[in-house]
Write a protein that binds this ligand. Structure first.
Ligand SMILES: [Zn+2]
Length: 108
């Protein structure tokens, strides 16, 4: 289990990476705000590309939220504390799922 400082640095790097990804996709989506091509086959492809971009963007936003949440929990010294039962979250669990906020027993 890496120490908190290492973990924190990792989370911050992850947050920055996700923010950058979401920003890039947002910019890309804005550019595509132009009317769709007149050709129907092309319209279908353009729409599919858009859908894929939106999916990647919402995935990125979701993960970003989890990372920001994990960082906030770390600031409060609650990073390895289960948000449901208050017990400790096993280091192996955090290693596998760095933004886990419940222990394995409360996970489902
Ligand atoms: Zn728990």
């Amino acid at each position: 289990m890496p120490d908190q400082q290492t973990l924190r640095a990792r989370l911050i790097a992850k947050r920055d990476e996700l923010e950058e990804r979401v920003r890039r996709i947002d910019a890309d989506l804005r550019k595509r705000d132009a009317p769709l091509s007149a050709d129907f086959a092309e319209q279908v492809v353009e729409q599919e590309n858009l859908d894929a971009l939106y999916a990647i963007e919402s995935e990125g936003r979701l993960e970003l939220q989890k990372v920001v949440h994990a960082l906030a929990r770390m600031d409060r010294g609650e990073y390895a504390v289960c948000s449901r039962c208050g017990g400790a979250i096993a280091p192996e669990r955090l290693a596998a799922l760095y933004y886990a906020d419940t222990c394995i027993g409360c996970a489902d």
